[in-house]
Design a protein around this ligand. Structure first.
Ligand code: MSP
Length: 644
């Protein structure tokens, strides 16, 4: 049985951020969940490459639109890869196979009488590539709130008005076609007011798919883009899609235009459209113009891909808007992952190693309420995920984990282990088996949401069948085999210091922003060169001449008139802090450096930089073509310690 799902295909005039990652992570979770229900689940994403915005951005970067699109779609692919997302098909709208599919859909609609030529005068938002129906000249774009421009064109139209009844009939007979329910109601209200025909070609744009008509018409970007869902799986038995996962901002295109285009062409309709909400940063939608974009990469580097996934899926009710903040992210990570699941796993496995020689003890006898709780949790979590209620599903699993925690405290296996009484020994075996079995069931239930950590937990339990080959239908209590040797035990989610973790993510965010900005401007970083050969050899005496000390930053500020320089006051254990001028202003914000441990070359001849006497040098690693990264001790070391 197949399950075909899609994310939107993303515009290539912006780089991936938390918003686009959110949809793609949710889609990856659903794909994995469906696979573990036994479906042949296939996920399509891609890049939406045509239109005025890309044309403009490419020109500004000095590249052809195609080369520009190639550059940015590469960035998306790399990001999904780093996040470990399983993308089965990636469709570029510049792909010739997609062009053929678009022309084919147009021809089918034309043959069926739904295409005509007409004149269009109206308001157009160039930024959103949106004609704003029935708006006065100068009206604001409903999406981006910028003034629209008046345009008149002779265009080809799609007879959308002919589909009002059929669309309403579709929403009525297939109540779960649009989800969540309140979005369905919005669409019904919109369509009930009547539909205007839609202009689907443009003559004021060159970068698009040429329409098979006289003149220089290219297809309107939304007529072109939606068809990517079909062209991505051309020649396979996957269409119609079972699910289009989208953000609420593009619901109308998917729930009104798209089914109408398909009806017009006589093609099967997708089965379901789910519109999730927005991720808000400080109550605002993330956007370039508001300058509040958060990128996934810094979070991945500090808390891991699963740390990010857990937050997005657990904290936000899928379908509603939700807020993102670094503080909330780290709090959730520490409380639920490090102290919750991670702690239960390491305690249980360490006890199995210590008290049972690293073998799962035979303790399948009655084990209190937990087998029943586990059975209920399996049912609740699977049904929640089936319904895309990720937050509720995860909550159910965490309910089971805390029941197991409580059980361990009650049984106190650490006391039982001290007794040689056979009754205590068998209760110990039962307790450890029960806790391990809870972990095994949690690993299976969490595999779609936290794939990397669930797999690690799975291996630590000594399980060998591939985790994703398991089926939820077959999951039940007691399948853990006694006598099985557990694997190597390592922390699943190392606890992080909240302040340091947030600071590090903010620092990385500054660097990632600069890197993406350069990319969007067409200034790609040069390919990483081979590491330069090490310099000439020196003696240990030579090295001993360099006096390097651990220091702590007490104060930091920008140096006026110098983009790259920061002035730092660094305590290296001397009576007075050193003043050091460092070329790290592009990598770090001054406020993020206060309190940070760094390494200083303490016996360098002082030198004046921009009128400031710099008494020492900060040690940083600078990747070729990249920005400097501060070097510091991995463990806590007192100020003044010498590097030898
Ligand atoms: N190219 C069109 C889609 C064509 S589909 C045939 C497009 N692209 S986009 O790059 O702007 O991506 C929009 C999608 O990204 C949204 O629908 C949503 O899925 C996701 N998000 C972008 N910003 C978001 C948030 N701030 N929050 C949540 N999701 C967001 O529109």
């Amino acid at each position: 049985m197949k399950y075909y799902l899609t994310t939107p295909i993303y515009y290539v005039n912006a780089a991936p951020h938390l918003g686009t990652a959110y949809t793609t992570i949710a889609a990856d979770t659903i794909r994995a969940f469906k696979r573990m229900q036994g479906y042949h689940a296939v996920l399509t994403t891609g890049s939406d490459e045509h239109g005025q915005n890309v044309e403009r951005a490419a020109r500004a970067a000095g590249l052809s639109p195609y080369d520009y699109a190639t550059l940015i779609q590469d960035e998306f692919r790399r990001q999904w890869e780093r996040l470990g997302l399983h993308i089965d098909r990636f469709e570029r709208t510049s792909d010739p196979k997609h062009h053929r599919a678009v022309v084919d859909l147009f021809e089918r609609c034309r043959r069926n009488g739904y295409i005509y030529k007409g004149a269009y005068t109206g308001q157009y938002c160039f930024r959103c590539e949106l004609y704003v129906g029935e708006a006065e000249p100068g009206a604001l774009c409903p999406d981006c709130r910028r003034p629209t421009e008046t345009v008149t064109e002779e265009n080809y139209f799609f007879r959308l008005s002919a589909f009002q009844d059929r669309l309403l009939e579709l929403y009525r007979t297939q109540p779960d076609f649009i989800r969540p329910e309140f979005r369905r109601n919005e669409v019904i209200a919109f369509v009930s007011q009547g539909l205007n025909d839609l202009s689907i070609t443009r003559t004021n744009i060159q970068w698009g798919i040429p329409a098979p008509v006289e003149g220089r018409h290219v297809f309107y970007v939304w007529f072109d883009a939606l068809i990517a869902y079909v062209s991505a799986v051309e020649g396979e038995d996957l269409w119609p899609a079972d699910l289009h996962l989208i953000g609420k901002d593009i619901l109308r295109f998917h729930a009104v235009y798209w089914p109408a285009f398909l009806m017009g062409a006589g093609l099967p309709l997708p089965r379901q459209i789910f519109a999730h909400g927005w991720i808000l940063v400080e109550q605002d939608k993330m956007s370039k113009s508001r300058g509040n974009i958060v990128r996934p990469e810094p979070i991945r580097q500090v808390l891991g891909g699963d740390g990010l996934r857990y937050f997005l899926l657990r904290e936000i009710v899928f379908g509603q808007d939700g807020s993102f903040s670094y503080d909330a992210l780290v709090t959730r990570y520490n409380s639920d992952l490090a102290n919750g699941l991670g702690n239960l796993a390491s305690r249980t496995l360490t006890m199995i190693r210590q008290y049972a020689g690293g073998l799962i003890p035979d303790g399948r006898t009655a084990a209190g309420a937990l087998p029943e709780i586990a059975a209920q949790t399996i049912a609740a979590a699977v049904s929640a995920f089936e319904n895309f209620e990720f937050s509720r599903g995860l909550e159910a699993v965490w309910g089971m984990l805390s029941a197991a925690d409580k059980y361990l405290v009650e049984q106190a296996p650490w006391n039982l282990a001290r007794s040689s009484d056979p009754a205590a020994r068998s209760r110990l075996a039962e307790t450890l088996y029960t806790a391990a079995e809870i972990l095994r069931i949690a690993a299976v239930l969490l595999a779609p949401a936290l794939p990397a950590s669930a797999q690690r937990l799975w291996s630590q339990l000594g399980m060998t069948p591939p985790l994703d080959s398991l089926r939820f239908q077959e999951l039940s209590w007691g399948q853990l085999a006694p006598g099985q040797a557990i694997g190597e035990v390592a922390p699943l989610f190392p606890r992080v210091d909240p302040e340091q973790a947030v600071r590090r993510m903010r620092e990385l965010e500054v660097q990632e922003t600069a890197r993406q900005k350069a990319l969007l401007e067409g200034k790609t970083a040069p390919p990483p060169p081979a590491t330069p050969p090490a310099g000439p050899k020196i003696t240990i005496q030579d090295f001993a001449k360099v006096d390097m000390r651990v220091g702590q930053v007490l104060a930091a500020e920008r140096v006026k008139g110098a983009d790259k320089l920061l002035r730092l006051e660094v305590d290296i254990g001397e009576p007075r802090p050193r003043t050091v001028v460092a070329g790290i202003a592009e990598s770090y914000r001054p406020e993020d450096l206060i309190g940070r441990k760094v390494v200083i070359v303490a016996n360098l001849e002082p030198r004046k930089l921009r009128g400031i006497a710099s008494d020492g040098m900060i040690v940083a690693a600078t990747p070729e073509g990249g920005l400097p990264v501060l070097v510091g001790p991995l463990e806590d070391v007192p100020v003044g310690a010498r590097l030898t």
